[in-house]
Each structure stands twice: as structure tokens, then as C-alpha cells.
Design a protein around this ligand. Structure first.
Ligand code: SF4
Length: 328
């Protein structure tokens, strides 16, 4: 029996590709990736639905280095899809030996995405992965030249598909046929495709040479304000964000809360001077129930320590905030 490693993104297409192969009698093992910008959660869910094992590869650091300077550039936002796919395929190719696999399956569909899934891009990805003869794209294989796996009879080309373009009709019909009911929307899952997140990431990359993983983690939460190269303020928008952000801040960071009102959690990440502290306090006032007060008291201190300091400020003005806010 042939054995294949299926690159499972967590979306519908890749799981359909894996399922098509499984139904051809190929033994399929899922591979998915964990980075600073996406998690394996969806892939885990999807693999359960077609009952295949899953190997999770954490390539966060190497992936981030690529995201900073992708050879083939970005898509609409900070998503370097061509380089990202090639990197995933390279990893999958290297795992073929470990799993004694014959080839790799992907869920790519010709012309589904104008930039990263046209014929030229698919060829680049294949070539750059270093495993170009081991890649099978079951959903659009009939639109492409036959692969060695088809020629050698490891898989039946007749049972492969010829999907092309952006319509999701065939995929949705297949999902129904296979009983796959729980799948995310096509764009979901990767933070690099989100415009606001991308702007914040770009700001981070442009402002710092040495970036800590916690700084990337923090990009997911709140409104961000850039005060200087090494100093940034984050103001959370919801209670959930206030909880989430605590996973990434340390006792080097300063947190702010209004003394007499409920409000957002405001954090200074990095080195701060007196002016930065004052502005953070003003933001804390602005994003609180006391935003219409003329002045209010804000308590602050290093995260995890007693908040012994109090500063009296007026809530930040719109114009002042616009000067520093990072968004698109
Ligand atoms: S959408 Fe994100 S995870 Fe998918 S290929 Fe592009 S950069 Fe990589």
C-alpha cells in the first residue's frame, strides 16, 4: 500500500485532498504546521473528521525569518504564501523518510488564488521545496501534467479531480458527500492575511532588529501605539483580550488602570520615559468609563507587582492618539 503525507492546513481543500487519497486505498498521515501566525487547532479538528493521524511541526522561528523577507514577496497583506507553501513542502519532504512515505499531498487548487495558486506559482512552490517529483495535488491534478506517482500507478489519475478557479461549489458538494460538516471559512486561520494584524507586524519588523516571541504574541491583542523604536503601548478592547495579553507580558512591562473607573488594560511594552508613562495613563483614561472626566487618577506599576504609583491626567484626545496609533 502506498503511503502519503498530506499537508493539512486546517481548511476544507486540504482535507478533501487527503480524503480522496484515503478512499483510493492510500495510507494517509496528516502533517500540519504551527507558527507564530497560525495554530494547528483547525487541522486537528479536520483530521479527526476523516480519521487520519496528524503530525504537528513547529517551525515558528524559521517561518518568522522567512516572513520578514520572503523571496517571492507578499500577497495582499503580510502573507508570503508562495514562500510559506514552499517551506511547508520542504518540511513535509524531509519527513517522507521518517514516515517511510512515498509522496506528499496538498490541497492546492489551480487558479483559486490569483497570486499564489496560478500555474507559475504552483511550479515555483514545487521547485523551491526541493521535492518537486513527490508532490501530488489531487484536487486539480487533471489540470496538470501527470506526476510520477500517477505514471507509476501508485495512484489512479482517473480518480483525481480537475477543479480550477475560485468557486467552492465542487468542494462543498464533496464535503457533503464525505460527511465533513465542520470546516472553517477559506480565509480563516492565518493572521498574516488580516490587514490590521499585518500593519502591526510590519511596524514591529520595521522598528526592531531583535524581536522576542512575546512581541509577536502581543500583536493579536488590542489597539497598538508606537512611541519610539523600543516602546509601544497596547490598550485591550475586551475582557478576553485583557486575559489573553497576560500570557505575553512580563514584569518588565508596565500596566495601567483607572483608579476609580472600570476600563481597558493599558500596557507599556519596552523602555519607557516619563512622557511615555503619561501618555499611557491618558490612554487608560480615554479607554475607561471616566473618559468624559476632565481629569482622573490612573494607577500603574510593573506587571505582577503591587500598583503603587498614581498619576493624575486628562483622557487622551483623538488627535494625540492618531499621532501614534498603528492601524490601516
Ligand atoms: S495564508 Fe498564511 S499559512 Fe497559508 S500559505 Fe499564506 S502565509 Fe502561509
Amino acid at each position: 500500500m502506498a503511503r502519503a503525507l498530506a499537508m493539512v492546513s486546517g481548511g476544507l481543500d486540504s482535507i478533501l485532498a487527503a480524503k480522496l487519497m484515503k478512499d483510493q486505498g492510500v495510507e494517509v498521515i496528516g502533517i500540519c504546521f504551527k507558527s507564530y501566525f497560525f495554530t494547528p487547532d483547525n487541522a486537528i479538528r479536520m483530521c479527526k473528521q476523516i480519521d487520519i493521524p496528524l503530525e504537528v511541526v513547529d517551525f515558528s522561528e524559521e517561518h518568522f525569518q522567512m516572513v520578514k523577507k520572503p523571496k517571492h514577496g507578499y500577497g495582499k497583506n503580510m502573507n508570503p504564501c508562495i514562500d510559506c507553501h514552499a517551506m511547508m513542502m520542504k518540511y513535509a519532504g524531509e519527513l517522507l523518510e521518517k514516515f517511510n512515505g512515498d509522496f506528499i499531498i496538498t490541497g492546492e487548487v489551480l487558479n483559486q488564488r490569483p497570486m499564489s495558486q496560478n500555474k507559475r506559482s504552483l511550479d515555483i512552490v514545487k521547485k523551491e521545496s526541493g521535492f518537486k517529483d513527490k508532490i501530488l495535488r489531487p484536487l486539480c491534478a487533471k489540470n496538470l501534467e501527470p506526476t510520477d506517482m500517477e505514471i507509476e500507478g501508485l495512484v489512479d489519475r482517473e480518480k483525481l479531480l480537475d477543479i480550477s478557479g475560485r468557486s467552492r461549489k465542487i468542494q462543498m458538494e464533496l464535503a457533503e458527500k464525505f460527511g465533513i460538516v465542520d470546516y472553517p471559512s477559506p480565509a480563516g486561520g492565518c493572521m498574516l492575511t488580516e490587514p490590521n494584524y499585518s500593519v502591526r507586524l510590519k511596524d514591529l519588523v520595521n522598528n526592531k532588529d531583535e524581536i522576542e516571541s512575546k512581541e509577536i504574541g502581543l500583536l493579536r491583542y488590542g489597539r497598538h501605539f508606537r512611541l519610539g523604536e523600543g516602546c509601544k503601548i497596547i490598550a485591550t478592547r475586551t475582557e478576553e483580550e485583557s486575559k489573553g495579553i497576560k500570557e505575553f507580558i512580563t514584569n518588565r512591562d508596565i500596566i495601567f488602570f483607572p483608579k476609580d473607573f472600570s476600563g481597558a488594560m493599558v500596557v507599556i511594552v519596552g523602555e519607557a520615559n516619563e512622557e511615555d508613562i503619561e501618555f499611557a495613563a491618558k490612554l487608560s483614561g480615554r479607554y475607561s468609563k471616566g473618559k468624559n472626566e476632565e481629569t482622573l487618577e490612573i494607577k500603574y506599576g510593573k506587571f505582577g507587582k503591587p500598583m503603587k504609583n498614581i498619576i493624575k491626567v486628562s483622557p487622551a484626545e483623538e488627535e494625540e492618539m492618531r499621532k501614534y496609533i498603528i492601524n490601516c
